[in-house]
Ligand binder design. Structure first.
Ligand SMILES: NC(=O)c1ccc[n+]([C@@H]2O[C@H](COP(=O)([O-])OP(=O)(O)OC[C@H]3O[C@@H](n4cnc5c(N)ncnc54)[C@H](OP(=O)(O)O)[C@@H]3O)[C@@H](O)[C@H]2O)c1
Length: 279
């Protein structure tokens, strides 16, 4: 299994990334309870060799991008920060969609400023807004790409037809959909991404810890392998397709270290089949 792959043909990333969303307050709203810990986690992420961090303007909102800048700016040359836009925040756990092109432009401009970069490596449309043509939403991101403000464009929570419609407007390098061992609703999108060489970023990779739970569905297999359940959930994703880039989220340095170590786990064909049959 390759330890790195090429995102969009020109960015080399290690196959296990980090999702920063959990470094916020309850309901993904406001500051995390322990800001110093959040900064320490982000610094440990890069120390461990992770060079893909996923965030969004809506996490906090704004606070998650600001924390990344505070912890890691000036950024290492090989660090890829992927952000997203297209959601409003009206309160804790509230995420109304807004894909109005002028709003997407504002979102990109303000993420550039908050992250302290001149170009965003990967900008993902957080949701397709059914109230605006998909072509106009991706089209606005394509204009921003042509202006040099976005390097690559990605999508989030889309089906195969939406990926194809977006590809007719601009090159699409990634899709970020909910996917894990226990929830494979987006199998068709993963297959299409694999065929096309589009990076597939499965969010919720350890199902908010449910797949990491002692006594849970992965417990026995993990004991047999000498790994933790969370590690097995991640190793299964990495083995599932060469285009998969998991972004487990955590606010714990111990969990982070455990998750990153999963990239070194090799599953046998038999173990992979057994795990695939579990969910
Ligand atoms: N595109 C989208 O619509 C979308 C939606 C949601 C999330 N995301 C992205 O995907 C990333 C990951 O998703 P997620 O955070 O919802 O789900 P996740 O990574 O599956 O789960 C994170 C949760 O699992 C726990 N956890 C992580 N590693 C663990 C371990 N080794 N052992 C035990 N528990 C562990 C964490 O708790 P502790 O803090 O206690 O470790 C945290 O509560 C987010 O950070 C975000 O960047 C994208």
């Amino acid at each position: 299994m390759s330890e790195t792959f090429s995102l969009g043909g020109d960015l080399t990333v290690n196959r296990l990334g980090y999702g920063a969303m959990r470094l916020t307050g309850e309901g993904i709203w406001g500051y995390p309870a322990d800001r110093d810990n959040a900064i320490a986690v982000l610094r440990r992420v890069v120390e461990l060799g992770v060079n893909f961090i996923d965030t969004a303007d809506s996490y906090g909102p704004h606070i998650n991008e600001e924390l990344i800048r505070q912890a890691l700016h000036p950024y290492a040359d090989d660090l890829v920060i992927a952000t997203k836009g297209g959601l409003l925040r009206t309160g804790p756990d509230e995420w109304p969609v807004l894909g109005k092109p002028a709003y997407l432009r504002q979102a990109v401009e303000t993420s550039l400023r908050r992250l302290g970069v001149e170009r965003i490596d990967l900008y993902q449309l957080h949701r397709v807004d059914p109230d605006y043509p998909l072509e106009d939403q991706v089209g606005e991101l394509h204009k921003l790409q042509e202006e040099g403000k976005i390097r690559h464009i990605g999508l989030s929570e889309v089906d195969v037809d939406q990926v194809k419609a977006a590809q007719a407007v601009a090159p699409i390098v990634s899709v970020q959909n909910l996917y894990n061992l226990a929830n494979r609703g987006h199998e068709a999108v993963l297959e299409y991404a694999t065929e096309q060489g589009i990076t597939f970023i499965p969010w919720f990779p350890v199902a908010t810890g449910e797949l990491a739970r002692p006594g849970g569905v992965l417990d026995a297999a993990a004991k047999e392998h000498g790994a933790t359940p969370a590690q097995l959930a991640l190793a299964w994703l990495l083995r599932k397709s060469p285009v998969v880039l998991p972004i487990p989220g955590t606010s714990s340095i111990a969990h982070l270290e455990e998750n990153v170590a999963a990239a070194r786990i090799e599953l046998t064909d038999e173990e992979f089949e057994k795990l695939s049959a579990l969910a």
